[in-house]
Design a protein around this ligand. Sequence first.
Ligand SMILES: [Zn+2]
Length: 88
Amino acid sequence: MTPEICPNCGAEVPRNARACPACGSDESTGWSETSYEGGLDLPDEEFNYQDFVKREFGGRTPVPHGLHWFWWVVGLIVLAAVLAMWVR
Ligand SMILES: [Zn+2]
């Protein structure tokens, strides 16, 4: 069944049209009840890391970048210790 208004782009769709003349949506790709524009909250394509950090951490950088390798080393040491105890 063809909707009068394309749920994908909002363009008017002629009654006998099988696909939206504006964006090309049709029953298999676009409209019908399971229009993918509906419930899915797709991540923003222009994801801005600075904005994300600002929103999540109130403007502060969560972890200084210099610390990153340090935790890798600590993790490896702990892992090695656990493995050494387990082998013995
Ligand atoms: Zn359309």
